[in-house]
Design a binder for this molecule. Sequence first.
Ligand SMILES: Cc1cc2nc3c(=O)[nH]c(=O)nc-3n(C[C@H](O)[C@H](O)[C@H](O)COP(=O)(O)O)c2cc1C
Length: 470
Amino acid sequence: MPYQDLREYLDALKKAGKLKIIEKEVDKDWEIAAVGRIAFQTIHESERPALMFTNVKGHESPVVFGILGGSRSIYSLALETTPDGIQEKWAQAQKNPVPPRIVETGPCKENILKGDDVDIFKFPVPTWTVGEDPAPYLTSPFVFTKDPETGVQNVGVYRVMLKERNKVGVWINFVQHGRKHKEMWDARNEPTPVAIVLGTDPSIGLCSVARMIYGLDELAAAGGLRGEPVDVVKCETHDIYVPATAEIVIEGYFRPNYLEEEGPFGEYPGYMGPTAMSYVMDITCITHRDNPIYQAFLSQMPPSESSMIRSIGREAAIYKHLVHDLKLPVKDVHLLEAGGAAAYLAISMKKEHEGQVRQVMLAAWSVDPTLAKFCVVVDDDIDIRNQFMLNWAISWRVQPHKDVFIIEDMPAVRLDPSQAADEVAQLDNSRRTSSKMGIDATQKHKFPAIALPPKEHLEHVRKNWHEYWN
Ligand SMILES: Cc1cc2nc3c(=O)[nH]c(=O)nc-3n(C[C@H](O)[C@H](O)[C@H](O)COP(=O)(O)O)c2cc1C
C-alpha cells in the first residue's frame, strides 16, 4: 500500500527509527541550518536520520528535511524498497506510468487564503546560508507548470526566494522542462500558470528531482512508483492540478517576459551560487492543510540531502548505460558526495583489453557530459566507495605522463566556482565549457603481490577479534 501523504510517510520513518524529532525551540533564521549541518557532518550516512523540528520560534508548523535523501536507506524507504532494489523500482515505474486521478477535493483545501490573506512568510521557511543568502528560500518546492499546447503538466524542483508576502523569485536552469514551459507561455506573451507544492507523499518529491523524458508527467511516474494513481485537485485560481493530500499549495503566475535579480544562494557544490536573473511569480492563492508540515531539502555544502539524492539517481543512469546498454565489464559506479555528486566519478571494472578503460570513460561522459570533471577508473579489487582504497589505487597504479589525459571544451557544471570569478553571471558563456580529466588507475602490467597477510589469516582473526581485543 503506497503512502497516502507526507504524514503517513513520517510515521513510517519514525517506526523505522529514521526520524529524529527535535523538540527544543529553534530559530528558523539561523539555527535550523546549523543543526542540520552538524547532523549531516557528524553522523555517518548509514546511521543518519531525517530531522523534524516541532518547536520553531514564532511558528506553529514543524519543519522536516532529510526525509527523502538523508541516506540511502531513507531513500529506499521512500521508494518502499531496499537499497539494492532502488534501480529496479525506478526502471519499473518509468516503464509503467499511472496517470493521476482527478478528485473533487482533498485535505489541501482545508484552508484557502486569497487577497490580503496571502502571506508566504507565515510558513517557517529557513535561511540556509546565513549572512550570504539574501532571504529565506524554499528548497523543496515541487513546481507545477503545463505545456500550453498539450496541457501535459511538468513538476521540477527549483530554488525559490521569498521576496514579498505575495511574490517569489524562481531560478530554473536552461535545460529544465519547467523553463521550456515558461518560454512557450512567454512566446504567447501570456502569464505562466504555476503551482508550488510543499510536502507530499514521497514518490512525488523523488519524481520532481528525477530527469524524465519531455512530455512524461512526473505525477504519472509517481503513480508508477506507487502502483496506483496520485489523486489530484484543481487549483483555485487556474487549472493546474496538484496532489490532493499536499500540505501546502502556492498558486500564481510567472510574469511574462520578465526577469528580476534573485540570489546569490548557497548551492550544492558547497559554495555560493551567483546572483541570477530569474522568473517572478505573483501569488494568487495559498491553500493548506490544518497544521501544515513544512518540508525542505538540506542542500549547500556536501554531504547533504541534495548530493545524496543526485548521486543515487545519476549513478543508476550511468551504470545502466555502461552495463545494460553497452555490456561493458563494469562492477560499480560512484559519484562522490564531496564533488556534489557531479564533479568526481569513480568506476571499477574487470578490464578485458587495453583501450577498454578509455571506452568506459567516454561512455560515462556521454550519459551526462556536464558530470565527472574527474573520472577515475580502477580494477575490480578496489571498493570505490572506500575513499582510502580509491586514493591508494590512484597513488600506486598511475603513471601521470601516460595514464592521465585531459579533454578540453566539454559541457560544464555551471555552478563550478573554478569556471569563472564570483561576479560572472550564472548564464555567462565562460561557465558553459569545462575540461575533463581521465585517470586510468588500473594495473597496466604484472604487479607484485599485495603486502598483506594471507586472506584466510585475516578472516580467521576478524572472526575471532573479541579474543584479541577484550
Ligand atoms: C535540492 C535540489 C535543488 C535543485 N534546485 C534547482 C534549481 O534551483 N534550479 C534548477 O533548474 N534545477 C534545480 N534542481 C534540479 C531539478 O530539480 C531537476 O533537474 C529536475 O529533474 C528538473 O525537472 P524538469 O526537467 O522536469 O524541469 C534541484 C535539484 C535538487 C535535488
